[in-house]
Design a protein around this ligand. Structure first.
Ligand SMILES: NC(=O)c1ccc[n+]([C@@H]2O[C@H](COP(=O)([O-])OP(=O)(O)OC[C@H]3O[C@@H](n4cnc5c(N)ncnc54)[C@H](OP(=O)(O)O)[C@@H]3O)[C@@H](O)[C@H]2O)c1
Length: 268
C-alpha cells in the first residue's frame, strides 16, 4: 500500500493536524499511515479518524511526505535510527519546537526537503495558528502544500523566516497555555467572589472568546479596545491599575522571553 503521508509520532498535535486534514477532505484517511510507540495512541487514531497505525516507523518514513511529530527531546535519537529510510525526494515536515531545518538536514544527511512548522493545539477545533518556514531545499510547492495542510480545517498560518520561529513559539506555539492559565485565575477569583465554578468557567470562556472575536473582527488595536471598556474611576480601571502595580504585564513579557529562550536551548 502506498501512502501519501507518513506520520512519526501520533500524539496530541498529530491528532489535531490529521483530524483537520481528514475531516476537511484535504487528505483521505486511507492515504495516511501513522507510527506511534504507544498502543493506546494507535488505537485512538484508528478508532476516531480511521487511520492506519503501525508500531514501527518503516512505513511512514518511506512515504513521499513525512510529518515528524515526536517531542524535540526524542527527535534526534529517532532520526538516528530512521533517517536512512527517508526518501531522497521526500517532503519532510517537522513541528518540533526549537529544532532548526539545519538540524534535520544534518540528521537526514541531505535526504528530503525540510519544511518547519510551529502549530498550536486550537487546531483540534479548527482554530489553529501556525507559522511555516521552508528549509534550504524546500520548493514553493512544498511550502504551499504544508500551508494548506495546516489550515485545511480552519485557523490561520503565516510564512516567516526561520530565524523567527522561537518568537512564534513564545507567542502562538505555547500561547494557548497562557490563555488557560489566565482563565484559571479568572475562575478562581470568580469563585472566591461567590460564583459557582461552572458559571465562572462559562463566563470567563465566553468573555475571552468574545473579546478575541471583537479584536479580530474590528481590526482595532488591543490597547484601544481596552481603553474603551475602562471608564475613568470605574471597575475595570481598578483591575488594570492593580495588574500594573503588581507588574503583571512585565511578568508576562518575561515569561514569553523565557519560553523563546527554552526554544533556543532545545535547538542548540
Ligand atoms: N503541544 C503543543 O501545543 C505543541 C505546539 C507546537 C508544536 N508542538 C510540537 O509537536 C510535537 C509533538 O508534540 P505533542 O504535544 O503532540 O507530543 P505527544 O503528545 O507526546 O506526541 C508524541 C507522540 O510520539 C510518540 N513517540 C515518541 N517517540 C517515538 C518514536 N521514536 N517513534 C514513534 N512515536 C514516538 C509518543 O509516545 P510516548 O508518549 O509513549 O513517548 C507520543 O505518543 C513536539 O515536537 C512539539 O514540540 C507541540
Amino acid at each position: 500500500m502506498d501512502y501519501e503521508l507518513g506520520v512519526i509520532g501520533g500524539g496530541n498535535m498529530a491528532e489535531a493536524i490529521l483530524g483537520a486534514a481528514v475531516r476537511s477532505g484535504f487528505l483521505s484517511a486511507d492515504n495516511i499511515v501513522v507510527a506511534d510507540v504507544a498502543a493506546q495512541r494507535r488505537e485512538k487514531l484508528t478508532k476516531e479518524l480511521g487511520l492506519t497505525c503501525v508500531e514501527t516507523n518503516d512505513a511512514p518514513a518511506a512515504c513521499p511526505r513525512v510529518l515528524l511529530a515526536v517531542k524535540p527531546q526524542v527527535m534526534g535519537e529517532m532520526l538516528d535510527a530512521e533517517a536512512k529510510k527517508i526518501r531522497d525526494d521526500a517532503l519532510v515536515i517537522s513541528i518540533a519546537a526549537g529544532l532548526s531545518t539545519a538540524f534535520f538536514d544534518g540528521k537526514l544527511n541531505g535526504r528530503g526537503r525540510i519544511v518547519r512548522v510551529m502549530p498550536n493545539t486550537p487546531m483540534l477545533v479548527g482554530q489553529g495558528a501556525s507559522a511555516v518556514s521552508g528549509g534550504p531545499r524546500a520548493t514553493k510547492d512544498d511550502v504551499a502544500w504544508t500551508r494548506k495542510l495546516f489550515t485545511c480545517g480552519g485557523g490561520l498560518e503565516v510564512e516567516v523566516d526561520e530565524s523567527l520561529m522561537d518568537a512564534v513559539t513564545c507567542v502562538s506555539g505555547s500561547g494557548p497555555a497562557y490563555f488557560f492559565y489566565f482563565i484559571e485565575a479568572m475562575i478562581q477569583a470568580g469563585v472566591e467572589e461567590g460564583l459557582t465554578p461552572q458559571d465562572a468557567l462559562k463566563l470567563a470562556t465566553q468573555t475571552c472568546a468574545g473579546a478575541a472575536e471583537l479584536l479580530a473582527e474590528t481590526g482595532e488595536e488591543p490597547a484601544e479596545l481596552r481603553r474603551r471598556v475602562t471608564s475613568p474611576g470605574g471597575t475595570t480601571q481598578r483591575a488594570i491599575e492593580t495588574m500594573d502595580a503588581k507588574g503583571v504585564k512585565d511578568h508576562i513579557i518575561a515569561a514569553l522571553h523565557a519560553c523563546a529562550q527554552r526554544s533556543r536551548e532545545l535547538g542548540a
